[in-house]
Design a protein around this ligand. Sequence first.
Ligand code: ADP
Length: 668
Amino acid sequence: MLLRPALRQWLRPPRNYVVAFAGTALTLLATLGWLGWRLLEQERDLADQRTRAQLEAAADVVTASLTGRLTETEAELSHIASMPADSLDAAAGRYARTLGADAALVLFAPAGIRSYPAGRLLYDPDQGEAPDRQPTVFEAAERLEFQQRDHAAAAARYRELARTGNPDQRAGALLRLGRVLRRSGQLGPALSAYAAIERIGSALVAGAPADLVARSARLAVLESGGRIAESRRGADSLLTDLYRGRWRLSRSTFEFYRAEIGARSAKGTWADSVYRVRSGIAAGAEALRDRWLDDASTPRTGRRVVLVSGGAFLLLWQKDIERLVGIVAGPAHFASKWLVESNAVLQRSDARLHLADGDGVTLHGASPPTGLPRAVRTPAESHLPWTIQVASAGTGQGVLRGDQARLLVAALAVAMALVLFVTYAASRAVSRELRAARLQSDFVAAVSHEFRTPLTSMRQLMEMLSTGRVTDDAQRDKYYSVLQRESERLHRLVEGLLDFARMEAKALEYRRDPLDLSSLIAEVVAAFRAELQDGRHTVVLSAKEDKLPGVNGDREALGRAVWNLLDNAIKYSPEGGEVRVDVSNGARSISIAVRDQGIGVGDNERERIFDKFVRGREAVRRGAKGTGIGLAMVKHIAEGHGGSVVVRSEGFGRGSTFTIDLPVAESS
Ligand code: ADP
C-alpha cells in the first residue's frame, strides 16, 4: 500500500520514536503522579487514623478523670452530709478551703442556709422579702415632717423616739432624724444621726440592716454638701463590705444597694467582675435551695449544670433527711481543680476539650470547627452531665505532618525529573543510533554508486577494445588513458575506504617524517591539475613564504587530505571557477587553505560535515556524488598530526574555504 508522502515523512524514524518516548514518559509521569497522590492520600488516612486513636484515648482519660473527680467530690459531700451537727461546720469549712474562687459549698438545714467559704454568697437565696411595714410609732412625727412641713418639730419628735431601748425603733427614729435634718439643710447633725445608727449594731430598718441603710444615706448627705471625694471613699468601702457578704440580704435588697452604691463608687469594674462570678454562685445556691425545698422529687444525689451570666455552673448535691449539702462550681474552679490531669493529656495529644450541656450550650472550651477529627462522649455513655468533645487542636490539614508531605512531594518531583531525564537521554541515544544507521545505509548506497559508474565505463571500453572494434590508434590510446584514469580513481577510492576502515578500527597510525610541506603541496596540486580535465576550473597555488618551516608528518596522508579538499572544491563548484590553494605560516603553525567559489556551507552544517557519513543538504539536493567520509578523513589526519581543520563560508552560493592548520616541527 502506498503511504501518502506526508504521512511517510512523519512515520520516518526518528521522529516517531521521539513521539513514542514522549508518550512513554508522559504515561510514566502520570502513573508516578497518580501513585504519589495515592500515597499521600494513604499517608493522610493513616495520620488521620493515628490522630483519631489519640483523640479517643484522650477522651477516655478526660472522661475517667472527670468521673473520678466527681465521684470523689460526691463522696466528700455525702461524708459532710452525714456528720453530726456539732462537727459539721468545721468539716464544711475545711473542705471549702479546697474550692476554687468561683465555687462554694452550700448547706441547707431546717435552721437556715450556710455557705462556705464565708461571704461567697452575694445574697441569701433563702431570705424572703421583709414586709415593708411602716411602724406606727413614727406616724405623728412623719405627719409633722411631710404634711405640716415643720422640720424642727419633726426633728424634736424623732430625737425623742430615738431614746428607747428597742434598737430597731432607735435606728428607725435616727434614720428619719437624719432625713429631716438633711432636708432642712443641717448636714452636720444629719451625719451625726447616721453615725449614731452605725453604733447601734444589728438593727433592722424596713427589713434592711440599719448600718447599711445609714451608711448609704450618709453618701447622699455628703454629696449634697459637695464632699464628693468623701462620698466616693464611703461608697468604695461600703461596696467592698456589700460584696464581701457582710450582711445577709435578700436578692432584691442586695440589687437595690448594689445599684445605689455602685453609682457613687469608683470600684465599679472590680464590683462587676466579682458580681459576674458570685452571682453565678448565688444563682447556683438558689437552684440548690429549690432542690432542698422540693423534697419529694429531688434525688438523694444529683449533678446538674446551670447557666447564669457568670458562665456554666455545676451543681452537685447530697441529700440527707436533715440537710442538703451542695457544691456550686464555676468554670475557673473546674479548670483549675478538675481538669488538671485532663489538660496535661490534652496538651500531649495536641487536642482541646469542649464541654457542652445537654442542649449543646458550651460550658468549657470553644466548639471545634466542623471537619476536624474528634472523639465524643455523650452523657449517656459517660454518665457525666456533659457532652465531652476532644478535638484535634491542629488546623485540620495538620493530620499529615507538613514535613512528611513536603518530603513525599520532593521525592516524587525527583522521581519525575529522573524519568524525564532518562527518557530524554534514551530518546536522544536511540535517535542518534537511528540516524547513524540511516547514514550508514546511505553510505553503502553511495559507495556502490561510486564504484558502479567507473566500472561500467571501464567494462564498455574494455569490451570495445577486446572485440577489436576500435581501429584508430589515437582513439585506442585515448581509451587506454581513460581506463587508466578510471582505475586510478577506483584505486584511490579503495585506498580511501581502507584508510577509513582502519580509522574506524583505530588502527590508523601516521608516520612522523620531516616534511617539506611546500613541495608536497606543489606535487599534489600538479597531480590534481593533471587529472582535472573539465576546463571549467583553474587551480591556483600561492605560497606566501618561499621557504616554509618544516613539519613532521605522514606524506601520503597529508597529500590525501589536500587532495580530498581539492576534489571537494571542484565537486561543489558546479559553475566552475577558480580554486586557490594558499599555504602560509604563523608563529607555530602552517595553514593550508583551499578556497573555492562554489555552493558554500550553511552555518548549521559547518560542524557536522566533518562527521563520518554526513553529507550536506545542498550537496544531496544537487545530486553530487559522494560518500560522506572525505572530510571525516581530513579531520582525522589533521588531528592525528596535532592540528585542526575548519571551514569558513559566506553562505550558500558564495564559496567556502577549508583550512588545515598543522603545528611546526619542534626543531625548525
Ligand atoms: P562527500 O563529499 O563525499 O559528500 P565529504 O566528507 O567530503 O563527503 O563532505 C561532506 C559534505 O561537506 C559534503 O557532502 C558537502 O555537503 C560539504 N562540502 C565539502 N566540501 C565542500 C565545499 N568545498 N563546498 C561546499 N560544500 C562542501
